[in-house]
Design a protein around this ligand. Structure first.
Ligand SMILES: Cc1cc2nc3c(=O)[nH]c(=O)nc-3n(C[C@H](O)[C@H](O)[C@H](O)COP(=O)(O)OP(=O)(O)OC[C@H]3O[C@@H](n4cnc5c(N)ncnc54)[C@H](O)[C@@H]3O)c2cc1C
Length: 474
């Protein structure tokens, strides 16, 4: 039998922690954690052990132990949806799987919801739908509370509440040495602000109090259009995304998808409306374009977020932000078409997708009065589209090749959009590739404030040195 790593042995030596530590040789939690990662690359890393706390005090005890042994590397996992290998898992280290910290507690008047950082958004919505309230969170129910909030968070409610992190009232955080603090506008406001975009650089968040709002049913579903009708669709969506008075109930994702096997494109949209209206006026120009699919229907958040699980595959994400114009949509499509048609496709390549998500000024102005965030997005940047480029592949050995092709595709897109004055600075960390620098894209002042918070709350740089995964302060 392989020797137990020293760091795992330290946790096993603690009477309270030992039942929560699982080794590769054991059946159960260790393998459940690996199976729960969304991407095959992340699941392929073999930690020395998995530590599965069921209470914030367990996190505190474990951090006190791990941080006092500087050669112990660890990873922090909520729901494991960051695709890049090593973001929430660590080969030969300790992977802290927070998914048992998944409680959802609604206060007396249902205005504040305390969610465990390891809950999935589906677990949150399933509880909240029974109270007819909602919070801003992930659109896919499998995504975790922790990663989404600490990177910002795009929800269906962005134009109403801003980034999901802007709707956080307070975080409970375990600092490197094991001390537990509350970060809010009133307590440790510098830490509070830095966490909202600062990822795993400052501490382990164990729960968040979220401001909720009354919410009934919503309009959701998919529209598909012929790719030959794309300019009409692009115009409808660019007009919506750049409207002077953006309809704050509208939340749409436009995707252009390239099939490497047939070398053809498809065009689809998910036009959500956060009121139970089947044909809202804001989407009238989109409805006027003849479609090939229309599955729009009235539903509720938890039903719609409950997507069917998909097998663990290889995924590469890349991001960029661009002006919300029809020219952006046409330019990105044309460059992607030319680039992807020219690629020799790796074996097992399944899909290339470029998704556009409006980031209107109505969205970016919401950070005011809520303690701010460090993302650096502001109304003066103008209306924008956040792009998520994703590449899906079945052959895990193709990772480096797909990564290289993705980089080339995004380089071509950015060169052309920069030339045309359409490229913005912001890179959304939750959609970024490890080779990108989303934290740097927040701007020098914001990077400085994360750095100051890191110095103050993690003076020994534990989260920089012992937690290799995620976007680090450089
Ligand atoms: C299918 C799918 C749908 C998505 N939908 C959306 C969406 O609607 N809106 C959106 O904005 N994004 C979306 N994303 C992106 C998503 O926000 C990021 O992948 C996010 O990082 C996932 O969070 P997680 O907790 O599941 O991930 P994890 O992989 O567990 O964590 C991601 C990162 O956050 C850190 N982290 C997690 N929890 C904590 C914690 N408690 N304390 C400190 N650090 C922590 C981890 O160390 C890691 O570096 C989606 C991604 C996928 C794959």
């Amino acid at each position: 039998m392989a020797a137990v790593s020293q760091c795992c042995a330290l946790l096993l030596a603690s009477w309270t922690l030992s039942p929560l530590v699982s080794l590769p040789s054991s059946s159960g939690p260790y393998h459940d954690t690996l199976a729960s990662f969304w991407s095959a690359q992340e699941a392929s890393l073999q930690p020395a052990c998995v530590f599965s706390p069921t209470d914030a005090s367990h996190v505190s005890t474990a951090l006190a132990i791990l941080s006092s042994h500087t050669d112990c590397q660890f990873a922090i996992k909520s729901h494991g949806h960051a695709p890049a290998a090593g973001f929430a898992n660590v080969a030969d280290g300790v992977t802290i799987d927070l998914s048992s910290l998944n409680s959802v507690q609604v206060n007396v008047d249902a205005s504040i919801v305390r969610v465990g950082a390891g809950a999935s958004w589906l677990e949150v919505y399933q509880e909240l739908d029974t109270h007819r309230v909602a919070v801003a969170g992930g659109r896919n129910g499998g995504v975790g509370v922790g990663g989404l909030l600490l990177g910002g968070g795009i929800s269906y409610f962005g134009p109403r509440v801003g980034w999901a992190c802007d709707a956080v009232d307070s975080f409970q955080v375990v600092l490197a040495g094991g001390q537990t603090v509350t970060a809010s506008q009133r307590q440790h406001p510098d830490l509070f602000r830095a966490l909202k975009g600062g990822g795993n650089n400052l501490g382990v968040v164990t729960s968040a109090d979220l401001r909720s709002f009354p919410q009934g049913d919503i309009l959701a579903g998919t529209l598909a259009h012929n790719i030959s009708d794309r300019e009409a669709v692009f115009k409808a969506i660019a007009d919506l995304a750049s409207a002077k008075d953006y309809d704050e109930y509208a939340s749409i994702v436009l995707s252009v998808n390239f099939s490497p096997s047939s070398r053809t494109w498809t065009l689809s949209e998910v036009p959500v409306y956060t009121k139970p209206e089947l044909r809202p006026q804001v989407y009238a120009p989109l409805f006027a374009v003849p479609n090939t699919t229309d599955s729009l229907h009235i539903t509720n958040l938890s039903t719609y977020a409950n997507e069917s699980p998909i097998p663990q595959l290889g995924f590469v994400f890349y991001t960029g932000t661009y002006a919300a114009t029809q020219e952006t949509l046409s330019t990105v499509f044309d460059v992607a078409n030319k680039t992807l048609m020219g690629f020799e496709q790796p074996e097992g390549m399944l899909l290339w997708s470029v998704a556009f998500e409006p980031l209107p000024t109505k969205f970016t102005q919401r950070a005011h009065n809520t303690g701010g965030n460090v993302l650096g997005t502001q109304p003066s940047d103008g209306n924008a589209f956040i792009v998520l480029m994703s590449a899906t592949f079945a052959n895990p050995d193709a990772n480096n090749e797909v990564e290289g092709l993705s980089k080339e595709l995004m380089k071509n897109i950015n060169e052309e959009t920069r030339k045309r004055g359409l490229l913005h600075q912001f890179q959304y960390s939750n959609y970024a590739d490890p080779s990108q620098d989303p934290i740097g894209s927040y701007g020098a002042e914001n990077v400085d404030s994360i750095r100051r918070a890191s110095k103050k709350y993690d003076p020994n740089n534990v989260f920089q040195k012992q937690v290799p995964g995620g976007f680090k302060l450089v």
